[in-house]
Design a protein around this ligand. Structure first.
Ligand SMILES: NC(=O)c1ccc[n+]([C@@H]2O[C@H](COP(=O)([O-])OP(=O)(O)OC[C@H]3O[C@@H](n4cnc5c(N)ncnc54)[C@H](O)[C@@H]3O)[C@@H](O)[C@H]2O)c1
Length: 419
């Protein structure tokens, strides 16, 4: 089957959503124009596991304009926009995605993408790459390389490379400055708070917000929540990052203490069980729990359901858990990444994904051309790609750089005293 989506008749609405996104992605549209002239991806199949929503559709359409055939599924069972999936299928992509996939359907759809025999993979979380290695080893010789979108995926792929099991090169798009400084920080911050507000309709100002993890994502969320008037507490396990949080003006404490103060808890660590039942026991009535990390493992969901004597779905993306003593805790979007998995979540702002997906498109082009020359390890995004995306973005914003004078270039490279 060429596609499996919720309802192909949703395509016109999806098309409008994609058109709106593309109008705000000047960098990706420039890359698309260039790629459609060179047709560097002619005859290649790109297999992707990404959140199937409007910005992703703009990337898929750019790859198709470059000559690729694209097979795509979602990297999260709840993040697909069915309208967009339908429009992409009409555009000729092989789409296997719908919102609310079961776990079995999620893995089956990853398999369907791989059965299209892709030459380049784009992954977000590394499930597609992992499945290619474990269940479809016979397809690996066809794969020139893959690019990975998020921190959790890059961590997994580094573990594969270290263990000697990675069988094709991977470009860590996540780690590129043009991605991580903006997407992880500003993009996740804005979209996470938007999602919490959209789902709950509660006020952020004056709330005690506990952010767990002060990496790129946690830093962004903390700063934006503070900007909206929240009293932010940070929980961090790394000494340098904890110190940074202190000097950025946040209270820093272990989870066992933060559990008592939070009205809203947001996890952003990429780690397992960072909020556990011993913390939930300390939380006050009405506390809200949500996750911005990649997988739904940061909040101990099993612990939460075992602590509860009663649970029920209050609203679309809010589940209430009543504890023995009558306290109620609220879990948003099933503990999945709240900025994409909620029905009202919009994902990152379009202008942010303009950069991230331009990096992806150019990395795919790079892998198509050079993948065969690379070793089976995790590579940074080539510097020229990073620079190109930053320069195109600045140009689209009509921001000009200061140009160094020749003596300034010389001075910066000299070491002699008095030069
Ligand atoms: N929701 C989104 O749209 C989105 C976007 C980008 C990244 N992500 C995901 O968010 C997660 C974090 O990404 P990042 O780029 O900020 O990673 P990062 O490595 O920069 O930061 C993670 C931080 O969490 C800390 N940490 C780990 N375990 C902890 C624990 N038990 N308690 C407290 N702190 C702990 C680490 O010390 C680190 O500082 C990843 O899963 C990533 O894939 C999500």
């Amino acid at each position: 089957m060429k596609y499996e989506v919720k309802d192909i008749k949703l395509a016109p609405e999806g098309r409008r959503m994609i058109e709106w996104a593309e109008r705000h992605m000047p960098v990706l549209m420039t890359v698309r124009r260039e790629l459609s002239k060179t047709r560097d991806l002619e005859g290649l199949v790109v297999g992707a596991a990404l959140h199937v929503e409007a910005k992703t559709a703009a990337l898929v359409r750019a790859l198709m304009a470059a000559g690729a055939r694209v097979a795509i599924t979602s990297c999260n069972p709840l993040s697909t926009r069915d309208e967009v999936a339908a429009a992409l299928a009409e555009d000729g992509a092989n789409v296997y995605a719908w919102r609310g996939e079961s776990e079995a359907e999620y893995y089956a759809n990853l398999g369907r993408v791989l059965r299209n025999k892709p030459n380049v993979l784009i992954d977000d979380g590394a499930d597609l790459i992992s499945l290619a290695h474990t269940k479809y080893p016979e397809l690996i010789p066809l794969i020139r390389g893959a690019s990975e979108e998020t921190t959790t995926g890059v961590n997994r792929l580094r573990a594969m490379a270290t263990g000697g099991t990675l069988r094709f090169p991977v470009i860590a798009v996540n780690d590129s400055p043009t991605k991580r400084l903006f997407d992880n920080r500003f993009g996740t911050a804005e979209s996470t708070l938007q999602a919490i507000m959209g789902i709950t309709n509660i006020l952020i100002a004056g709330k005690n917000v506990v952010v767990v993890g002060y990496g790129f994502v946690g830093r962004g969320i903390s700063s934006r929540a503070k900007g909206m008037g929240a009293i932010v507490t940070v929980v961090e396990s790394d000494a340098v990052k904890a110190l940074e949080a202190v000097m950025d003006g946040f209270r820093v404490m272990p989870m066992a203490d933060a559990a008592r103060v939070g009205d809203i808890f947001i996890t952003a660590t990429g780690n397992l069980n960072v909020i556990r039942r011993e913390h939930m026991r300390l939380m006050h009535d009405g506390a809200i729990l949500c996750n911005a990390g990649h997988f739904n493992v940061e909040i101990d969901l099993k612990g939460l359901s075992e602590l509860a004597v009663k649970r029920h779905r209050m609203l679309d993306d809010i589940e209430e858990f009543q504890l023995k003593d009558g306290r109620r805790l609220y879990l948003l979007a099933e503990g999945r990444l709240v900025n994409l998995a909620g029905r009202r979540s919009l994902g990152h702002p379009i202008e942010i994904m303009d950069m991230s997906f331009s990096l992806q498109a150019l990395s795919v082009e790079y892998l198509a051309k050079h993948g065969r020359e690379l070793e089976n390890r995790v590579y940074d995004v080539p510097n020229e790609i990073d620079r190109k995306v930053a320069e195109l973005k600045l140009r689209s914003l009509k921001v000009e750089l200061e140009k160094l004078r020749p003596e300034q270039v010389r001075y910066l490279k000299s070491w002699r005293l008095g030069t």
